[in-house]
Design a protein around this ligand. Structure first.
Ligand SMILES: Cc1cc2nc3c(=O)[nH]c(=O)nc-3n(C[C@H](O)[C@H](O)[C@H](O)COP(=O)(O)OP(=O)(O)OC[C@H]3O[C@@H](n4cnc5c(N)ncnc54)[C@H](O)[C@@H]3O)c2cc1C
Length: 337
């Protein structure tokens, strides 16, 4: 376990921001993690997974712990289902591919989401009609202050739309070290009604899709819509889709009859933030080395050597403009550091 001083984080965040870590340590075992937490208890720490959900607006004046805990195993099995345990540092998409290789179903709609599995519970990752909570059994986490280990059940995690207890009451208290998910071995529950999955399958003339077919369709759709962080720095959806009450939505509809919405409950609807940002005139806007993606208004991008602070200023301008035009507050999904 080596601690290195003054390390560039450019290759450790998908926005490709060249912020520096005061010091940096790669963590490969739980023993190392506990030791370093004990030794560094009075120093500030920063936890880094895949770096795909953060905008670094400044250098990190802390010890960056890069969680690189590896390993995937089946820990219990019945005729129909398995419980798979994955260590936090496994890449999410590689985990999905591992599940598909073993014909374990439940995560195929979440193919190609960047980041690590240990971070997945923090914002209850989701895509194409499926969220982590739908397959989640529990996760193990270490308390940063006293290094005790705690198991969090699904109930403990208090999952919501891109939300969990780890972003709320327990923010900054725990490091998730492993996650247990329940997956199907047979009779997979196939979800093809969300987004363009059905159209994509029809185009490939697939009538009875397998979980592998669904994964391929999701990958093709995502690749056609979202910029690849290896080519253009970004952090996926920068803002969450706002949820507003039906009364406010009716008022909005009077001024903007074409506003799209998804019913959440009898009292609330979700409005696509991408539509609001596009209507506010930001889609495809470029300012020097950063801007709003031209195919997806929800994605802010770094075309080269942009500073995180400039991208954050653009995010604030977008939030203020959307508030002024629609009287709707859009919150960031990305962690602003
Ligand atoms: C192109 C692109 C597309 C995306 N699409 C989606 C999508 O469809 N759906 C979706 O939900 N998300 C999406 N995201 C967002 C991102 O993939 C997820 O939020 C992912 O879970 C982040 O994981 P990470 O390991 O990269 O987290 P990081 O960015 O490394 O960390 C995020 C936060 O969690 C903390 N943290 C990291 N690991 C741990 C840990 N083990 N314990 C405690 N705290 C920790 C960090 O300190 C930081 O505050 C997308 C991102 C990109 C770049």
């Amino acid at each position: 376990m080596t601690i290195t001083k003054n390390v560039s984080l450019k290759s450790f965040n998908t926005f490709g921001i060249d912020a520096k870590a005061e010091s940096f340590c790669d963590i490969t075992t739980i023993k190392e993690l506990k030791t370093i937490l004990k030794e560094q208890h009075s120093n500030s720490l920063f936890i880094l997974g895949g770096g795909s959900n953060m905008l670094l607006t400044k250098d990190i004046e802390a010890l960056v712990l890069h969680l690189n805990l590896k390993g995937i195993e089946v820990i219990s099995e019945t005729e129909n289902a398995v419980i798979v345990k994955s260590m936090a540092g496994e890449n999410w998409h590689e985990f999905v591919l591992w599940c598909l290789d073993h014909n374990f179903g439940g995560v195929e709609n979440m193919s190609l989401i960047p980041g690590n599995i240990g971070t997945a519970p923090i914002q209850n990752i989701g895509a194409y009609g499926v969220e982590l909570k739908d397959v989640f059994i529990s996760c193990e986490a270490i308390n940063i202050k006293d290094q005790t280990t705690r198991t969090f059940t699904k109930q403990d995690c208090k999952f919501g739309y891109r939300e969990s207890v780890f972003k709320q009451k327990l923010k900054g208290d725990y490091i998730i070290t492993s996650v247990n998910l329940e997956l199907t071995k047979v009779n997979h529950k196939l979800l093809v009604d969300y987004g363009a999955i059905k159209t994509e399958l029809e185009a490939s003339k697939i009538n009875n899709p397998t979980i592998q077919d669904i994964s391929k369709a999701v990958i093709a759709i995502r690749q056609s819509k979202l910029p690849d962080p290896k080519e253009i720095g970004n952090s996926g959806s920068f803002f969450k889709n706002p949820i507003i009450c039906v009364e406010q939505f009716k008022q909005l509809q009077e001024n903007f009859p074409d506003v799209p919405s998804y019913k959440i409950s009898d009292t609330n609807v979700k409005v696509p933030a991408g539509w609001l940002i596009e209507k506010a005139g930001f889609k495809g806007k470029r300012f020097n080395d950063y801007g709003v993606h031209n195919k997806q208004a929800l994605v802010l991008v770094n075309y080269g050597n942009a500073k995180g602070s400039d991208i954050y200023k653009l995010a604030q301008l977008i939030q203020n403009t959307v508030k002024r035009i629609f009287d709707i507050t859009i919150e960031t999904e990305v962690n602003i550091i």
